[in-house]
Ligand binder design. Structure first.
Ligand SMILES: Cc1ncc(COP(=O)(O)O)c(C=O)c1O
Length: 371
């Protein structure tokens, strides 16, 4: 967010910014979703809805998981929230008490750490590197002094884009069931993978919690619709908490999301994925040209997590200097990895292929990329 602010400032003064820092699609909601929103504006009161989301949306979400992951999901398993961000905070409140330990990967998505810390939970960071595709393993959990109350996994992950092997995910869900640890599987980047199989935690354990969202594959970040597939024991606490905290998810977003989850949006959304795949190919071809050879395998999402340790040990200052030098905005790694992030940057290839190509041209010409 700080980078976006600095980039917006540069855009006002120079008008030349290329943004490779945004963690969101550069495309609008699919046409059928926009049409559904317009129809809802014209015909619906758009007042408060059921706190857990309207039944047609919960049906559509259940059908989406049945079809995409081959898992048995009932509309009653689904609780809808204002984005997966709203789902996470409500879930943390429902499932954990202050002082509980909750494990997550390092590098990992900073909002997990920050939200858990704000709620008084103790975050246990699992140091994950290229040997495990930056993903956790049961060996890491066995090495902890005691089983944590929760474990968060994300696949494809942010910032690395890596996918967890189905077998490893199954081992983790089994370990969590055995040790009374709540497994939370962030699957919001499902649909955006490039050749690697992706598995759902609910394929092996419906005692786990699956997190979904229309933000990424469905290209609808600002509509604020996300959901959980939750085990029965958590549903009532989630319902009561979300009713108090949020009242309900946005009504218009819910109507649009039903259309986005349907068959009518598929061709458009798969077109976006094809563009990400082409841009990813271009990026992987050109990264060595600018001396960035060490990066996590970008299996999915739209990120490349690159080592810049040969160029700097202050990724924040380096990103600022790059923005000043050539107008290219990247995300420094410090928020994602509290230990090694000063030597890392995240490049997002969610923008247009042409934009990414031009950014790489500018970076190739920048003295900041010369060791
Ligand atoms: C891994 C991960 N989880 C959750 C979110 C939150 O997404 P939203 O609240 O838009 O569903 C993001 C956003 O970038 C993310 O990268």
């Amino acid at each position: 967010m700080e980078v976006l602010k600095a980039a917006a400032l540069r855009q006002r003064t120079h008008g030349d910014v290329l943004t490779l820092c945004a963690g969101q699609p550069s495309t609008p909601a699919p046409a059928v979703a926009r049409a559904a929103a317009i129809a809802a504006l014209d015909t619906d009161v758009l007042g408060y809805t059921e706190s857990t989301g309207i039944l047609p949306l919960r049906r559509a979400v259940a059908e989406h998981h049945r079809e995409s992951a081959g898992i048995d999901v009932d509309p009653d398993d689904v609780v809808v929230f204002p984005g997966s961000s709203g789902a996470f905070t409500t879930l943390f409140l429902a499932a954990f008490d202050a002082g509980d330990q909750v494990a997550m990967t390092r590098p990992g998505y900073p909002a997990y750490r920050n939200s858990l810390a704000a709620l008084g939970c103790e975050v246990v960071e699992l140091a994950c590197g290229p040997d495990t595709r930056f993903q956790p393993t049961v060996e890491m959990l066995d090495a902890l002094p005691e089983p944590p109350a929760g474990l968060i996994v994300a696949s494809p992950a942010n910032p690395t884009g890596t996918v967890i092997d189905a077998q490893v995910l199954a081992e983790l869900t089994a370990w969590c069931e055995e040790h009374g640890t709540l497994l939370i599987s962030d699957e919001i980047y499902h649909g955006l993978t490039y050749g690697r199989e992706v598995a759902s935690a609910w394929a092996t354990s419906q005692e786990s919690v699956v997190v979904g969202s229309v933000s990424k594959y469905f290209s609808m970040t600002g509509w604020r619709v996300g959901w959980l597939l939750a085990p029965p024991s958590l549903r009532r606490p989630l319902e009561i908490l979300t009713g108090n905290l949020n009242i309900c998810p946005p009504a218009i977003g819910q109507h649009a999301a039903i259309a986005a989850l349907g068959e009518g949006a598929r061709a458009e959304l798969d077109g976006h994925r094809a563009r990400y795949a082409a841009t990813r190919d271009l990026l992987l071809r050109r990264l060595p040209e600018i001396g960035l050879r060490d990066y996590a395998p970008p299996d999915g999402a739209f990120y490349a997590w690159c080592d810049i340790g040969h160029l700097t040990d202050d990724s924040v200052a380096w990103c600022r200097a790059l923005l000043d030098d050539c107008g290219v905005a990247l995300t420094p790694g410090v928020d994602f990895d509290t230990v090694h992030g000063h030597r890392k940057v995240r490049l997002s290839f969610a923008g247009s292929t042409q934009e990414v190509d031009e950014a790489l041209d500018r970076m190739a010409a920048s003295p900041l990329l010369r060791a």
